[in-house]
Design a protein around this ligand. Structure first.
Ligand code: ZN
Length: 245
């Protein structure tokens, strides 16, 4: 069976559509695993939720999902992110709000634990260093953990013999062979990549081959930026999409 691993769509419908097309072009998947932050920052929150619902999927909650509907406090967000998060929430109808409110914080599926930020702090913690990642391995039972939140495609490996934690950056078409050391994998962000590469990021897991492969997909950034301008969203949130930060 094949699974798409996507995260941080952030209301970027154009990027999400490009990723879905790329998935189809690679033979499709049976199920989407979504690691949260469907909404926030971008111009099309309701459309992104609706498009995700056209596919069989499971999804955990992200900080922007819960922030947009007032379920968590967003006072720690920077002013532009907070403005966009509130605007996103105002666009949602009652069913969309209910869907986001009901998202679980973590999901365990076979060999995988899914969380938005980290298994220790699913909503808020960023895993970008081996220091925080190493601690995280104590907070899930499965061999593998999938996270988003940082919008940076990378993998942490806990070396069984030494206990050392290694960081591997993931570039387009990188293949991860499963079945060895325990891993925490971030597929990158669909709607607001932050590793200096503006292309959308995601991954496909093939359970028969026991391989996860990371992909980058170009999309029409200017179209998303135009839609953000039309909706009065902060200019800096639009320009950053061109630079991938
Ligand atoms: Zn995010």
């Amino acid at each position: 069976m094949r699974y798409a691993i996507i995260s941080d769509i952030h209301s970027n419908l154009t990027a999400f559509q490009a990723v879905l097309q790329d998935i189809e072009a690679r033979g499709g998947v049976q199920l989407i695993w979504c690691l949260g932050d469907i909404v926030g920052y971008g111009p099309d929150p309701g459309e992104c939720i609706a498009l995700l619902h056209k596919y069989d999927h499971i999804c955990v909650a992200g900080n922007h999902d819960l922030g947009a509907i007032g379920k968590i406090d967003i006072e720690d967000f920077n002013p532009e992110a907070a403005f966009a998060c509130r605007w996103n929430g105002e666009q949602l109808d009652a069913r969309e709000v209910e869907y986001l409110a009901d998202l679980p914080l973590t999901i365990v599926e076979g060999d995988f634990t899914l969380a938005h930020g980290s298994p220790r702090e699913p909503i808020w913690e960023y895993l970008v260093s081996t220091y925080s990642a190493k601690v995280s391995f104590d907070y899930f039972e499965t061999n593998l953990c999938l996270v988003g939140h940082s919008h940076v495609p990378l993998m942490f490996e806990l070396v069984e013999e030494s206990g050392e934690c290694l960081l591997h950056e993931l570039s387009h078409d990188a293949a991860i062979a499963l079945g060895g050391n325990r891993l925490i994998i971030n597929p990158g962000g669909v709607g607001q990549p932050r590793d200096g590469d503006p292309r959308a990021g995601y991954a496909i897991y093939d359970s028969e081959l026991q391989i996860i492969r990371h992909y980058r997909v170009p999309y029409d950034v200017a179209l998303t930026q135009q839609r953000m301008r039309e909706r009065g969203l902060p200019r800096r949130l639009a320009t950053r999409l061109s630079q991938g930060w």
